[in-house]
Ligand binder design. Structure first.
Ligand SMILES: O=C(O)c1ccc(O)c(O)c1
Ligand SMILES: [Mg+2]
Length: 629
């Protein structure tokens, strides 16, 4: 599999871009004319620089408004093309992209365009060069790959071929089977991009909102399946115009790009096993059956505070690590771990971020395979020295430098808490089970610019899908929220992207020095019983404005008695087509961390309409420092 990326896709100076692209493992770059024009080195030097980074130039582009022009433009275009051919020879590439004509003076006509391309093919052939024709979605006469292919077919010249670009085809919803009958060797290159579904002008959408395959909503996998079925075995080239990427980290964007292609081709090869493109063999996306544990890093004081909080919430200290200052707390199927080691990774996380939920374990079908796939996708491996009799749990670095561990039922890993821990026999009498059964969701707060990275991180490794992005209104600004969930809901992760530091999410990032888990939601089968048990123990839940309850009673036509019960327990409510949702929040602890307790009666969402009221209430509670006693 040969991978390439257009220089416009990432930020930085020209040479910085090349270095990042090479480090991420690409084979080639598409050189964008403007990137080159803005750079003060000769074409030969640029070509050399690309090769010095171990890269090839897959393509020079774009050459605009070529085909079907009246004189004198037509003759001038051939002269202009010859000049660019000179340049290509110096750069060291044999392929030029011509995008379909968008000029108002362009004359239509398939045959006229085909004749122009035939004539250009003759000139290109003399120099051993090739020209590929791409239909822009907004081309004046040609805006559909089927018409571009007809022109290429009629041009009937070995130096003239077709260029396919997933964005142009998918944005116009063109029938994908039309690609399958094109001979693979007539496709000179394939450009790939995804995009979020937004209703807007095609040109503007294309030039500002493209993203990596898998990051958006377009059917890029189905598109690439059709391309692969033609026998095509050339470059897979990312061409991503995105304002955010232009301002992002060249390394991070390049790594995401490479990950997106590996993941895409893995999915394509599974669906179309006969393809010509050699694709790395890797395990399938891991099936997650549960959140096995969530681990907090803490110092001595915070450990006491967390312990008080956990026991108040009904968690029982169940076992202690044989050699480390690590304690397991349990309720229902939920395992919470406090790690108060004075060395090692947890301690490093504590020193940087303060007490925080820095790691979680996922129960998957095969932990070793899940780990292997993650590494093949470019995840950063994590290993820590283990003591005698302890298990090396496969792990990778996740959001905010935290950890994701993989466990499974088929190996020793299933018994980690038996192998490495000794049971604590007596349960303190003060602890009352409040009916929490499992982890409903883990909410991670990231900078807005990182959201796509982490969405791709999860959805490429795990058998999980992403839901559409929702906007959450914080009184101090917008927070975007998107969910990664398994089809059965056994794993749910919400990613919240903070655009500014005055929002609750933004403040959390600023105060804890980075992204991380900001809240954890536990499920109960009876939220009212849970609320009552908590209140009896003196737990003070987050106080919700009484105005809220008048509104939901009217909005959902609820029984006034039910509303009264919710109001007295500060329980929030939502409904979707599948059922009802009840939510109860803790106040914030430390720098904005909190717990949520939920009851789902068939409901599938996350209570997004309530977020604005919850955030306002949390902000009223937010304390400057320290966990409550
Ligand atoms: O936005 C454009 O003009 C443009 C140019 C070249 C391409 O390959 C493309 O997909 C879009
Ligand atoms: Mg293109």
């Amino acid at each position: 599999m040969k991978t390439s990326i257009a220089t416009v896709s990432i930020s930085g100076e020209f040479e910085e871009k090349l270095a990042a692209i090479a480090r991420a493992g690409f084979d080639a770059v598409e050189i964008f004319e403007n990137d080159f024009l803005a750079f003060d080195r000769s074409p030969a030097e640029v070509g050399q620089m690309v090769r010095d980074h171990g890269l090839a130039v897959s393509l020079f582009q774009p050459f605009r408004d070529f085909e079907g022009m009246p004189e004198p433009f037509r003759s001038r275009n051939f002269d202009r093309a010859e000049r660019k051919f000179d340049l290509m020879a110096e750069l060291g590439t044999d392929l030029m992209l011509i995008c379909s004509n968008a000029s108002p003076v362009a004359l239509g006509g398939i045959d006229r365009a085909a004749e122009d391309f035939h004539a250009l093919g003759e000139r290109a052939a003399r120099r051993g060069l090739r020209v590929g024709y791409e239909a822009l979605a907004w081309g004046r006469h040609i805006n559909d790959h089927r018409d571009a292919w007809e022109i290429v077919r009629r041009a009937d010249h070995p130096s003239i071929g077709l260029i396919l670009d997933s964005f142009h085809t998918l944005s116009r919803k063109i029938e994908l089977n039309s690609i399958r009958s094109i001979p693979g060797d007539r496709i000179f290159i394939v450009q790939l991009a995804d995009a979020p579904l937004i209703e807007m002008d095609l040109l503007y959408w294309s030039r500002h909102f493209r993203n990596m395959p898998g990051e958006g909503d377009l059917a890029v996998t189905a598109f690439m399946q059709a391309v692969a079925a033609t026998g095509y075995n050339g470059y897979l080239s990312l061409e991503i115009f995105n304002d955010q990427f232009r301002g992002g980290s060249p390394d991070a964007i390049s790594r995401d790009g490479r990950r997106s292609l590996v993941n895409l081709m893995d999915q394509v090869a599974r669906a179309e096993p006969q393809i010509n493109i050699p694709v790395p063999v890797m395990p399938d996306r891991a099936k997650v059956s549960d959140v096995a544990f969530i681990e907090f890093a803490a110092g001595e004081d915070e450990e006491r505070e967390l312990e008080a909080l956990f026991t108040l919430l009904g968690f029982v200290p169940t076992a202690r690590h044989r050699s480390k200052a690590v304690t397991l707390y349990r309720q229902g199927d939920i395992n919470l771990v406090i790690n108060r080691e004075e060395k090692g990774f947890a301690n490093a996380s504590y020193l940087v971020h303060g007490a925080n939920a820095y790691a979680f374990g996922l129960m998957v079908d095969d932990a070793a395979e899940a780990h292997r796939r993650a590494l093949q996708l470019g995840a950063e491996d994590f290993r820590q020295s283990v003591g005698p009799g302890e298990l090396q749990v496969p792990a990778i670095r996740g959001v905010g430098g935290g950890l994701v561990y993989f466990l499974d039922q088929k190996s020793e890993l299933a018994r980690i808490f038996d192998v490495e821990f000794t049971p604590i026999d007596e349960t303190p009498e003060s602890i009352v089970d409040i009916g929490l059964t499992r982890v409903d969701h883990i909410a991670q707060t990231t900078r807005y610019e990182e959201m796509l990275t982490w969405l791709l991180f999860y959805t490429s490794q795990l058998d999980a899908r992403k839901t559409p992005m929702v906007d959450i209104i914080d009184p101090a600004g917008l927070v975007r929220s998107q969910v990664v969930e398994t089809p059965d809901g056994r794993l749910r992760i919400t990613l919240n992207g903070a655009e500014n530091r005055n929002t609750l999410a933004g403040r959390f990032i600023a105060e804890t020095f980075g992204s991380g888990i900001q809240h954890i939601a536990f499920e109960t089968d009876d939220i009212f019983a849970t609320a009552e048990a908590l209140a009896a123990k003196g737990f003070r839940s987050l106080v919700i404005s009484p105005n809220y309850y008048d509104d939901i009673e009217a909005r959902f036509g609820l029984d006034p008695d039910l509303v009264e019960r919710m109001k007295s327990a500060n329980i929030l409510y939502d409904q979707d087509e599948a059922g009802e949702y009840f939510q109860l929040y803790s106040p914030t602890y430390g720098e904005g961390f909190f717990f949520e307790l939920v009851e789902r009666r068939g409901y599938r969402g996350y209570g997004a309409p309530n977020a604005i009221f919850r955030i306002a209430a949390l902000k009223r509670h937010l304390r400057p420092k320290g966990m409550p006693k």
